[in-house]
Design a protein around this ligand. Structure first.
Ligand SMILES: Nc1ncnc2c1ncn2[C@@H]1O[C@H](COP(=O)(O)OP(=O)(O)OP(=O)(O)O)[C@@H](O)[C@H]1O
Ligand SMILES: [Mg+2]
Length: 388
């Protein structure tokens, strides 16, 4: 097997930081193309290039020192990556797959129209009048989305009536790094809950899925996951895992794929969107699964055998730490660790700012309610929200 040894990661956020931790154990070399010298991963990775990931010359030069290129985020322009690939650079996932995580319009066309997978009813809208027409056809509210550039709820608008239909067109320019943005109007799914399935696929087509997670979003930001999703029947669980594997295979994904889903009140699911990199809803795997999503992403990208995706315990809850009690993460950790020795905590090396993802806590064990309560208590303390 001809495995890659030097992995170039574009983007220096917490996902790259946690990939680096996995790379250390595997003896893989990591080079990082970071947005700045102080971003999360740049604070720990040894070989850092600071540069603009939208500049083809910068990315080409960075790639020259790597066996394979992968990502911490989805914002590298597709055309730039196609150019790299044409020049013989190994890009994983490749742009032909990645574009479905970058562009929600293409994703809907491919998954809904192409593969016939369940998606919300949707239509591309050229202006506010078309969006208003969609709203009166489907009924309000409707969801509008920028096809490109969104994250953490930026680029998603809930429109409660015709008067709201102008906002997406006025505000969408700011969410995409200069790429053409199409506004998609989408049926508002009155979901019972959100789910996520994370799968990993190697260059040889072998793939594995992780157990399905229940996920909670607040204001477009993931705040909590519980795995496996409580109350999900074995048949639905395996159906959703098969759906994830089918998408990875159909798109030719190499690396991690996260499929975000909405569960309707009748139990059926629709696909929300895709990510092709380690994903917030897979953070639980760092402590709660035999092989973490970060390690499996690197293994896939490097062409190494994939690791088992089984959970270590019947239940696992991950809770994000948004903002924080204080800038002293070590001191805050000391407090929660003393109260709960089984707790796992990851900090991302980020300064304190309200609402910013600064870390996460994970708890696993035999009792779902207890595991969840412990994770919530620790995260609340770390966020300064406890009532002590
Ligand atoms: N059609 C819909 N109906 C109801 N709620 C929706 C719909 N689409 C999205 N949402 C809600 O908005 C959230 C954000 O949407 P989406 O995942 O498309 O945006 P995003 O900003 O790209 O997110 P991410 O940070 O995961 O990249 C979803 O997690 C869900 O809670
Ligand atoms: Mg999302």
């Amino acid at each position: 097997m001809n495995a890659a040894h030097t992995i170039g990661i574009i983007g220096g956020g917490q996902l790259a930081r946690m990939m680096y931790e996995a790379a250390i154990g595997l003896d893989l070399e990591v080079r990082l193309l970071a947005e700045g010298p102080d971003v999360s991963a740049a604070r720990v990775v040894r070989e850092v290039t600071v540069g603009d990931f939208t500049d083809p010359a910068v990315v080409r030069e960075f790639a020259a020192g790597c066996d394979v290129i992968t990502f911490d985020h989805e914002h590298v322009p597709t055309g730039l990556l196609a150019g790299l690939e044409a020049a013989g650079v190994l890009v994983r996932p490749g742009p032909a797959a990645l574009v479905h995580a970058q562009d929600k319009l293409l994703m809907r066309e491919c998954l809904g129209d192409g593969l016939g997978l369940p998606c919300p009813r949707w239509r591309a809208c050229r202006d506010a009048d078309e969006l208003r027409a969609l709203g009166s056809e489907l009924g309000w509210p409707v969801i509008a989305k920028a096809s490109r550039g969104g994250y953490d709820g930026h680029g998603v608008w809930r429109l409660d009536g015709p008067a709201d239909a102008d906002a997406p067109f006025e505000e969408s320019l700011s969410v995409s790094a200069g790429e053409r943005v199409v506004i998609i109007g989408e049926e508002f799914v009155d979901f019972a809950r959100e789910l996520s399935v994370v799968v990993v696929r190697g260059p040889d087509g072998r793939a594995l899925s992780y157990p399905v997670s229940e996920t909670v979003q607040d204001g477009g930001v993931c705040v909590e996951t519980t795995t496996p999703a409580p109350g999900l029947s074995a048949a639905r669980q395996s159906g959703i895992r098969a759906l994830g594997l089918r998408i990875a295979d159909a798109l030719g994904v190499v690396g991690l794929l996260a499929v975000e889903l909405m569960e309707r009140r009748d139990g059926g699911v629709v696909v929300n969107e895709l990510a092709m990199r380690p994903h917030n809803t897979g953070h639980w795997t760092l402590d709660g699964a035999v092989t973490s999503q970060f390690e499996n992403h690197l293994r896939a990208v490097a062409g190494l055998p994939l690791g088992a995706t089984d959970a270590r315990a019947p239940w696992c809850t991950m809770r994000n730490v948004l903002g924080g009690r204080s800038a002293d993460s070590v001191g805050d950790f000391a407090h929660v660790a003393a109260a709960d020795p089984g707790l796992r905590v990851q900090f991302y090396g980020k300064s304190l700012r309200p609402g910013r993802k600064r870390g996460h806590v994970t708890v696993y064990g035999d009792d779902c309610d207890r595991v969840r309560a412990r994770a919530r208590a620790a995260a609340a303390y770390l966020m300064g929200e406890d009532n002590d």
